[in-house]
Design a protein around this ligand. Structure first.
Ligand code: PLP
Length: 409
């Protein structure tokens, strides 16, 4: 069996690569360079005491999403915490999260002294399953964090219905989903608050940064205060009303984001179009199954294009090795998360440090089969910058998979 994987035709063994293209990220021009240079030259670098570029970008992003308010902050983890705190969670409350996501979806909950409760993903979409949410609700449940994984919208009708019946807050973790839509509505505008990350890998970036949007006046006022060391609008500089911190971004980040935002819609539509096309190609490959995408997904941002891999159709080549071979063929891809979040040492060792997590919180028995299967055997990720390629690139990605299949079987 091992010998089949040593074909000299495979790029990983020194053979010719299938895809010979560098996929640029981030995409920028002199517009970005000049905008940042102008702020640097102005000497008005900070926020909010000088310059108004941060407020300008917040207004632009809110208008782009169709939300009333936007609050920038240092990253897409703090933005989750601002939203949770503003929602009024108390120590010991439970917040339902998926286990197949970036760690801070869950650690933002711990940082509010609340207990993350894991609800499994739907194996067809890799988004949190409404049935699993319903099953995880207890009298202590206060909120749900719905992650639009890879840029594919969660089943928001079902989630909002559950939330209304049980009086729960819904925070959308849209760190992968800038500009993506559910039934024509921008993601982040459906729940009580929508959280975004502008970290380097994300579809809208200033290197680091975050944002939370809302239509709710009180949530906005509180998140704004928490972001600015507990100050309140109209208060004195050294009057502090809430236990916030300095989570402000700089004017340099804001102008960079304003320029990048101008590119976002076109980039999102390009990825969406490429994703649909790649799915038609991969649907034809035995052993490769793209995730399900229903008619309610009016725009998918494909921060990650995910397909399921069936090793039995690839000479039992383990997924991790397949992903390495595919990357060597020139397809920007990755094997994804090694295990569901509840198996991270943090949860296994209950290393909650100063946070007031009740002793009863125990993750040793948690088992979410769909998330386990995604991590260990099924999920392969193609990264967003590769989805900005052209039609021929999508064809080359499919060719690279077929090449590996031909050589390892
Ligand atoms: C990246 C990411 C975050 C955190 O964003 P940072 O800006 O890196 O703090 C939160 N949730 C998800 C799903 C992410 O992918």
């Amino acid at each position: 069996m091992q010998s089949a994987y040593s074909s000299k035709e495979l790029a990983i063994n020194g053979g010719p690569k299938t895809v010979n293209k560098h996929f640029q990220w981030p995409v920028f021009s002199n517009a970005e360079v000049n905008a940042v240079a102008a702020v640097v030259e102005s000497g008005k670098w900070g926020n909010p005491d000088c310059g108004d570029e941060v407020l300008k970008f917040e207004n632009e992003f809110a208008a782009f999403c169709g939300s009333n308010y936007a609050v920038t902050c240092v990253n897409g983890s703090v933005s989750l915490r601002l939203a949770l705190m503003a929602c009024g969670v108390k120590a010991g409350d439970e917040v339902i999260v998926p286990p197949y996501t970036f760690i801070t979806t869950a650690t933002s909950v711990i940082e509010c002294n609340c207990v993350p409760v894991f609800a499994d993903i739907d194996p067809e979409t890799y988004n949190i399953s409404p049935a699993a949410i319903e099953a995880a609700i207890t009298p202590r449940t206060k909120a749900i964090i719905a992650v639009h994984f890879g840029g594919l919208a969660c089943d928001m009708d079902a989630i909002m219905n559950i939330a209304h019946r049980h009086n729960l807050k819904v925070i959308e973790d849209a760190a992968h989903a800038h500009g993506a839509e559910y039934k024509g509505k921008k993601l982040g505008t459906i729940g009580d608050a929508g959280s975004f990350s502008f970290q380097s890998s994300k579809n809208l970036t200033s290197g680091e940064g975050g944002m939370v949007i809302t239509d709710n006046d009180e949530l906005f006022a509180m998140m704004h205060s928490l972001r600015n060391v507990g100050r309140m609008a109209g208060g004195q500089w050294y009057d502090h009303y809430n236990p916030g911190c300095n989570y402000r971004i700089t004017q340099m980040q804001a102008v960079l984001l304003s320029q990048q935002l101008k590119r976002l819609d076109e980039q999102t539509r390009k990825r969406n179009e490429n994703g649909l096309y790649l799915t038609t190609l991969l649907d034809e490959v035995d052993g490769i199954s793209p995730l399900k995408r229903g008619a309610e997904i009016t725009l998918h941002s494909y921060h990650i294009y995910i397909f399921k891999y069936d090793a039995s159709r690839f000479g039992n080549l383990p997924k991790d090795q397949f992903a390495e071979m595919l990357a060597a063929e020139g397809v920007p891809c990755f094997k994804g998360y090694p295990h569901p979040l509840y198996k991270q040492p943090l949860f296994r060792n209950k290393n909650f440090m100063c946070y007031a997590i009740p002793e009863t919180a125990d993750y040793s028995q948690v088992y979410c089969p769909a998330a386990e299967q995604a991590c260990t055997t099924d999920a392969v990720w193609i990264l967003q910058h590769a989805m900005l390629g052209d039609k021929q690139d999508m064809e080359a990605f499919a060719q690279a998979i077929l090449k590996i299949q031909r050589l390892v079987c």
